[in-house]
Design a protein around this ligand. Structure first.
Ligand code: 13P
Length: 256
């Protein structure tokens, strides 16, 4: 099974609307239309930038999709500060990142919250980019695969294979995020293979073979080739290197 790679930029809390428009325009200008056959590209700006970024891409007919970094599971109501799936869907988002380690660590997001968010997204016809990953303490303890695969099981509890097939899992070791310390291709491959084996247990081999598993954590133009050469790594979820059009586009080109 050959999976189409996905290169996704997670802008985190960077770029005002004016800055987001400039960055999106720069990505759009550099994007070659033929790439669409070989690689999917996604940008995940902050909420306020979603519509402006989407407008730029639509105007240029650039095949880069737009996703949110987070979403709430309830359809509407008294949830001050939250944004619903319907809201991001209406402005053309295809997905949301869910369970990023920064949300888990800094905002107390639990496995149960992640599961509710996945279900809310898939039931609206959007997909989830489910982030999983271990801390340095877990890695040093030697329990990385158990920890990460338990996160995968929890995220997809009660989700059926057809909906799961649309989703993406991003393996992001916490110790590699924003630190410049990337997992080696072998370390990343071992965990991504364990994730796929878990997906196969949950949803069957065919679905697991079709699902994309990304690596994230200090991915850059220097290490992307080695990571992308691994059989179970189908792309990247990129923070820092997605904030400059030149480096993000080089990462996209590494997937061709
Ligand atoms: P960096 O690429 O900046 O390490 O961030 C990775 C990440 O957290 C993407 O979601």
């Amino acid at each position: 099974m050959t999976r189409k790679p996905l290169m996704a930029g997670n802008w985190k809390m960077n770029n005002t609307v004016a800055e987001a428009v400039v960055l999106t325009q720069e990505i759009s200008n550099r994007y070659e239309k033929e790439w669409a056959e070989a690689v999917d590209v996604l940008v995940c700006p902050p909420f306020v930038d979603l519509k402006p970024a989407k407008t730029v891409l639509d105007f240029d007919k650039t095949k880069v999709s737009v996703g949110a970094q987070n979403v709430h599971w309830e359809p509407k109501g008294a949830f001050t500060g939250e944004v619903s799936v319907a809201m991001i869907k209406e402005i053309g988002c295809t997905c949301s990142i869910v369970g990023h380690s920064e949300r888990r660590e800094l905002f107390g997001e639990t496995n149960e919250d992640v599961n509710r968010k996945v279900k809310a997204l898939v039931s609206a016809g959007l997909y989830a980019v489910v982030c999983v990953g271990e801390s340095l303490a877990v890695r040093e303890e030697g329990t990385t695969e158990e920890y990460v695969t338990a996160q995968v099981r929890a995220a997809f509890a009660g989700v059926d294979a057809r909906d799961a097939a649309e989703c993406v899992v991003a393996y992001e070791p916490i110790w590699a995020i924003g630190t410049g310390r990337t997992a080696t291709p072998e370390q990343a491959e071992a965990v991504c293979a364990a994730i796929r084996a878990t997906l196969a247990e949950l949803f069957g081999d065919e679905t697991a073979d079709a699902m994309r598993v990304l690596y994230g954590g200090s991915m850059n133009v220097g290490n992307v080739e080695g990571l992308m050469a691994q059989p179970n790594i189908d792309g990247g979820l990129v923070g820092g290197a997605s904030l400059e059009a030149a480096s993000f586009v080089q990462l996209i080109e590494a997937c061709l």
